[in-house]
Design a protein around this ligand. Structure first.
Ligand SMILES: [Zn+2]
Length: 195
């Protein structure tokens, strides 16, 4: 995939998430893998309103989150965690939103949020009666610290991570699978905190 094409896809996805209220202010960021070897990702640019993104509001980064092209927008400060997640999981797309439900759930269950016997788990890629534990890690401004915490709790069958007092990361083979998983998981987390 070329960078401009990726930028158009990311802008459209950002508009959807912004409309859901999950990218308030300029929060949240999305990425999609451009190439696997070496790993290159297109990630949304830093500091922009996610409801008003264009195909040019994108930066190309390497696995560490560092920009690889001159004269491009500044990548999101959280790009390093996107790179780490794509590298470890093999995902083709990573979604990071500042939805409220995951943060509330992490406040109540600070190590992991457990889900079971819920039909919407199928939309997350699991069986309805599976025991599913969404890992929770402490927030940090250091993407290496966050990346290490992610990797130590990583399970291939659980494509999500909650960062306490911060937000949610979900990944999938492409932006569409990641979106569907994000939508279903947000529903599941809202259910668990309201029951
Ligand atoms: Zn964030």
């Amino acid at each position: 995939m070329r960078l401009h094409e990726a930028g158009a896809l990311l802008a459209a996805e950002c508009a959807r998430y912004a409309a859901m209220g999950w990218m308030r202010g300029t929060s949240g960021n999305l990425s999609v893998v451009l190439s696997r070897d070496p790993l290159r990702l297109a990630v949304t640019a830093s500091g922009l309103d996610k409801g008003e993104m264009t195909a040019s509001d994108v930066a190309e980064i390497d696995a560490s989150g560092a920009p690889v092209r001159p004269n491009q927008p500044t990548p999101s400060a959280e790009a390093g965690l996107h790179g780490r997640i794509a590298s470890v999981s093999g995902a083709g797309a990573v979604v990071h939103v500042h939805a409220l439900a995951p943060v509330l759930a992490a406040e109540r269950w600070p190590n992991a949020v457990h889900l079971r016997n819920l039909e919407m788990l199928k939309g997350f890629g699991r069986k309805a009666d599976d025991w599913v534990s969404i890992p929770v890690v402490q927030n940090s401004q250091d993407m290496t610290v966050l990346g290490d915490a992610f990797e130590s709790g990583y399970r291939a069958d659980t494509p999500a991570l909650i960062v306490a007092r911060h937000g949610l990361y979900v990944w999938g083979s492409d932006l569409y699978q990641a979106r569907h998983r994000t939508e279903c998981l947000e529903w599941l987390l809202r259910f668990i905190i309201e029951t």
